[in-house]
Ligand binder design. Structure first.
Ligand code: OGA
Ligand code: MN
Length: 290
């Protein structure tokens, strides 16, 4: 199958022409989509009526092993009993909207901070794939920022200064920024992970800033100075010229590369309107040999 891709933003994001991903099994098409991910970092597909099982199958077919620790599973158990199927919704186990002070809602609000998925564990997430099942009648976009374009726009002195830095990422940090409190026993399980600040993509020869709300400190630096540099880079990388906003319709399926982009949810009245998406994310480990 030949696929066509239309670029949606000057830096990145492609919308893929009509295709039903449930029927895509052949290696050439999957490889063409992977090449699309290399180039655009975010791919948008319309009208993908995935069931949960079909979404889980496609994610593995496309990019290998699934990630099962992309959220605070120590805090809140998954509604579907499968941690590889992330419940990106404002709905509780009883099917009702979460109440304003529900713990799951409070941790979910942190999706409104710029982040990449599961950078607080090792391996982190590589591709995330989000399927829109129920969309509210008000604006509730997801925004993406191109971290390769942001890297390219740094001056040479900054590129040299950050080339070998390593960053500690912790989900406890991104939640504490919002005032969320953890029990000591929970914190023990949320120790975090260390990743390079600059990632290199051998398939394209490009580099990208690897940042997230979870990025808490620079290894070997004093904490305040590390945090200031991280904030500076965050501000730089999320300027409007690097950002694309996705307005959802039911059936949309968006795949993003967490190594090359950040994303965030935009606020809406989530105690009034239902919003339900399902996410599958792959492990950022070497892809299985073709
Ligand atoms: C995610 C996420 C943002 C949104 O699915 O990982 O951060 O807009 N979603 O729901
Ligand atoms: Mn996310």
């Amino acid at each position: 199958m030949t696929i066509s891709i239309k670029q949606l933003h000057p830096c990145f994001v492609g919308e893929v022409g009509p295709v039903d991903l449930r029927t895509v099994h052949d290696r050439e098409t999957l490889e063409a989509l992977r090449a699309g991910m290399d180039r655009y970092a975010v791919l948008v597909f319309r009208n993908q009526p995935f069931s949960d099982a079909e979404q889980l199958d496609f994610a593995q077919r496309f990019d290998g092993q699934l990630h099962a620790r992309t959220s605070t599973s120590v805090l809140v158990k998954n509604r579907f009993g499968n941690e590889a199927l992330s419940d990106i919704s404002n709905v509780g186990a009883d099917g009702n909207l979460l109440s304003p002070d529900d713990r799951r809602r409070m941790t979910g609000l942190a999706n409104q901070l710029w982040h990449a998925d599961a950078t607080f564990v090792d391996p982190p997430g590589r591709y995330s794939m989000l399927s829109a099942r129920v969309i509210p009648p008000v604006d509730a976009d997801t925004q993406f920022a191109d971290m390769r374009a942001a890297y390219d726009a740094l001056d040479d002195a900054m590129k040299a200064a950050i080339a070998d830095l390593k960053v500690h990422h912790s989900i406890a940090y991104s939640r504490e920024v919002l005032g969320f409190e953890f029990q000591p026993s929970e914190k023990e399980q949320l120790k975090g992970a260390v990743h390079p600040l600059v990632r290199h993509f051998p398939r394209t020869g490009r580099r990208g800033l690897y940042l997230a709300s979870h990025a808490s400190s620079i290894i070997g630096w004093r904490v305040p100075e590390g945090r200031l540099l991280l904030r500076e880079l965050m501000e730089h990388a999320t300027q409007p010229r690097f950002v694309y906003s996705h307005r959802w319709s039911v059936g949309d399926f968006v795949i993003w590369d967490n190594r090359a982009t950040m994303h965030r949810a935009r606020p809406f009245d989530d105690t009034k309107y239902r919003r339900e998406l399902r996410r599958t994310t792959t492990l950022d480990i070497a892809p299985a040999a073709a």
